[in-house]
Design a protein around this ligand. Structure first.
Ligand code: UD1
Length: 351
């Protein structure tokens, strides 16, 4: 059996790191990189550090408006599917690459498997929400990280081919943690003490493309009185223009996974609008302040380790100053490091 896997953006490289190696022990996998993320620090560094197999095909489709980017991927993936004739297609998450892959395959009658199925923010203004709803309805194998995700699919009438497998990002994190301890020198390079700094990331369109929200977030960073390390996503960098940070805010380039894991693990608190980082913060036992109005990872909020504060300067600052998480941190989203094995088992049984 041949499975054609579509990846294109940073979090998909991390998920593929957990799944690809196992998948290749069971069947033939062709990895297709759409090119959505193309800077060294957004793409190749993950392949190098995490030993992800080199993509067999790179479509080289980078920047562009949503329609143009997704459309170019759709046409190119269709061509690959016609040439390679795989038995199935695998997509991850909620990016434009996910949607393009799922749609191209479904139109050609190639069965689609979706890892990280069933996540919902219930906010249709997010491009990711559109992408994940569409991908789930095009897929016939839906591999879910949480029981909330399974319930979300059930409400949309999707019950066939739905399996709770846990989160493959936990597998990737566990793999990276040991390596990061040995190989990452980020704390030394940035002269940081464990627990002595905040770590922030911002890249969601809802925050970066709305000047008022971006300004409110940057104003909150400026109002804090401890070192804040801010690896800046290229999208955010472009939209920040000539922003000059105050001395305690350290803008750095996007990081590879090992440095990012080490930096998260030793942070006093994490401020983010990323989905993956909310979970990683939980698994690492670092309190997380999420600068969004809703989250797909509701369990992290319910358990008291994640606070949703929107893009509100006062709420961000208040959360950073007086947020003490509870003593309890029960296992979440599988988190046992075996989700990828469960995904591969379902993929094998499915066909
Ligand atoms: C995408 C995903 C989002 C995911 C995120 C992870 C969609 C709609 N969004 O958002 O779900 O959480 O990836 O990072 O698919 N750029 C560079 N260099 C790069 C990559 C991007 O300069 O290596 C620029 C692009 O030219 C573009 C901007 O950053 O102007 C945004 O890139 P895009 O691919 O649209 O999505 P992300 O914001 O990264």
């Amino acid at each position: 059996m041949t499975i054609l896997t579509i990846i294109g953006a940073r979090p998909q490289f991390i998920k593929a790191a957990a799944v690809s190696r196992l998948l290749r022990q069971q069947c033939r996998e062709l990895l297709v990189h759409t090119g959505q993320h193309y800077d060294y620090g957004m793409s190749q560094v993950f392949f190098d550090e995490l030993a992800i197999p080199a993509p067999e095909i790179n479509l080289g489709i980078g920047s562009g408006a949503h329609g143009a980017q997704t459309g170019a991927m759709l046409a190119a993936i269709e061509q690959v599917l016609l040439e390679q004739r795989p038995d199935a297609l695998l997509v991850y998450g909620d990016t434009n690459s996910t949607l393009a892959g799922a749609l191209a395959a479904a139109k050609l009658g190639v069965p689609v498997a979706h890892i990280e199925a069933g996540l919902r923010s219930f906010n249709r203004t997010m491009p990711e929400e559109i992408n994940r709803v569409m991908a789930d309805h095009l897929a016939t194998l839906l591999l879910c990280p949480s029981s909330t995700a399974v319930a979300n699919l059930e409400r949309e009438g999707l019950t066939k081919g739905v399996h709770l497998v846990g989160d493959v990002m936990a597998d990737a994190l566990l793999m990276a943690l040991a390596r990061a301890q040995d190989r990452s020198t980020i704390l030394e390079r940035l002269k940081l003490n464990p627990g002595g700094y905040l770590l922030a990331t911002v890249h969601r369109a809802e925050n970066t493309d709305d000047p008022a929200r971006l300004q409110a977030i940057l104003a909150a960073f400026a109002a804090l009185d401890e070192p804040l390390i801010f690896p800046v996503h290229p999208r955010t960098r472009k939209l920040m223009g000539s922003y000059q940070p105050p001395p305690h805010v350290h803008l750095i380039e996007p990081l590879g996974y090992l440095d990012m894991v080490r930096l998260q693990q030793a942070a006093r608190m994490i401020l983010t609008d990323s989905g993956g980082i909310q979970k990683e913060a939980y698994w690492l036992g670092v309190p997380c302040v999420t600068m969004r109005d809703e989250t797909e990872w509701v369990e992290t909020v319910e358990l008291g380790w994640n606070r949703l504060v929107g893009a509100d300067t006062g709420r961000i600052v208040a959360a950073v100053r007086d947020f003490t998480p509870p003593a309890e941190r029960p296992p979440l989203y599988g988190g046992d490091g075996h989700a990828a094995e469960r995904c591969v088992a379902q993929l094998k049984e499915w066909r």
